[in-house]
Design a protein around this ligand. Sequence first.
Ligand SMILES: *Cc1c(COP(=O)(O)O)cnc(C)c1O
Length: 363
Amino acid sequence: MTGREFGRFFLPGPTEVHPDVLASMLQPMIPHRGPQMVDLLEGADAPLRQLFCTERPVLVGTCAGTGFMEMAVRSGVRQRALCLVGGAFGERFAGIVEATGRDAIRLNVPLGKTVEPDMLEDALKRSEVDAVTAVHSETSTGSLASVAELATVVQQFDDVLLLVDGVTSVGGSPVRTDEWGLDFVFTGSQKALALPPGLALGVASDRMVERAKRTPERGAYLDVVAYHEAASKYQPTNTPGISTLYALREQLKRIAATGGIEARWARHEAMRQTVENWVAGRGGDLGFSYLPSEGRRSWTISCLQVPEGRNGREIAKDLAGVGWTIGSGYGGLKEQTIRIGHMGDHTVTQVTELLQVMESILQ
Ligand SMILES: *Cc1c(COP(=O)(O)O)cnc(C)c1O
């Protein structure tokens, strides 16, 4: 065990996990085909639907988030997808489309920007695709796409599915699966849900499940049809990582006890605003500025351009030296930016303290 103080680990995933959640994993194994497992999954059902704002069953897999990204593609893309790419995770989605033998047409925007509804409409008019892949909160750039508006555009086109990576949005900012009409949306446990890594959660529309049934080469282990059938009986598909399910049960209890999903969104919005206020004041004076523009900033990750003559990686290293962890920039943005992952169980107080520490090391 490390003696690290809770609430100082602002990596943009994995994020800080509450000690009660960690402790919950130290329970004995149970049979994965018995009544205790059914109880566990049935107990998670209603709170998970609230998390995704859906009436549909939430699929629970014990794999990395990328597993459900692959599920989205194998079950949801027939031949060709339009892939919205504004950073590393958008590119990963496109890469999986190609790796599974489908065609990806990329709609690229510069790092920090998001695809806007008019751009999407133009692209869909120009290209014959059967699905669109999108990342809601692009963790590599800290930008937040307007998924609700993008969904409205996609719905104007016949038989085109919208597949959404909600890994750093679900649980941290509004994701209204049913209201927005998302065909598939998924998350991973180690981001805004503040769980240990190893769980993927997702929701599939009827259209998605029906299309998957007519796609024989959709694979086996990450088959959305099998997941959907299992979920409707509160069963796992295969032997799940049982310990991570204990953690999920504990964290869902904690979320309910702290005001539910709306309170969670509000806390994340307040953390984003705390960083925005800092950049408008002291942080801006020091030379920090946002990569994404106003209104398109993630509620869970703030990606800031560092002052002239400074280096994002070194700022992260200096902070680590005094016991605080943030992310440096991602890929090509490594030196130019820093990323503060204020998600999961972090609070405004902790973010404020982090920013003060950052000021002091930059003096
Ligand atoms: C972290 C992340 C992923 C990948 O999650 P893994 O669990 O590492 O597979 C995908 N998309 C986004 C937006 C992420 O932040």
